[in-house]
Design a protein around this ligand. Structure first.
Ligand SMILES: [Zn+2]
Length: 78
């Protein structure tokens, strides 16, 4: 199992999703299949904040800006 960055076929560094998140998506996809919904796809995309390639389940940043932003009681603090 890989937990950290990996390299794609073009030699780019790609941030992997944590295994717990992948597992969560798999569970959701199982439920979505039963409900005849299209599954959530994990795609490699470029972070809009720092430009790093990362595995995304729909989010647009790799998580690099969550530390500076942060959430308190569900509210985004800038
Ligand atoms: Zn980023």
């Amino acid at each position: 199992m890989e937990f950290e960055t990996t390299t794609d076929s073009a030699g780019n560094r790609v941030k992997k999703l944590p295994p717990s998140v992948v597992k969560d998506i798999e569970l959701k996809n199982h439920a979505r299949r039963l409900a005849n919904l299209s599954p959530i796809r994990i795609k490699v995309r470029t972070c809009i904040a720092c430009g790093t390639m990362f595995e995304s389940a729909g989010n647009r940043t790799c998580g690099c800006n969550t530390r500076s932003t942060g959430y308190i009681a569900g509210r985004e603090i800038i």
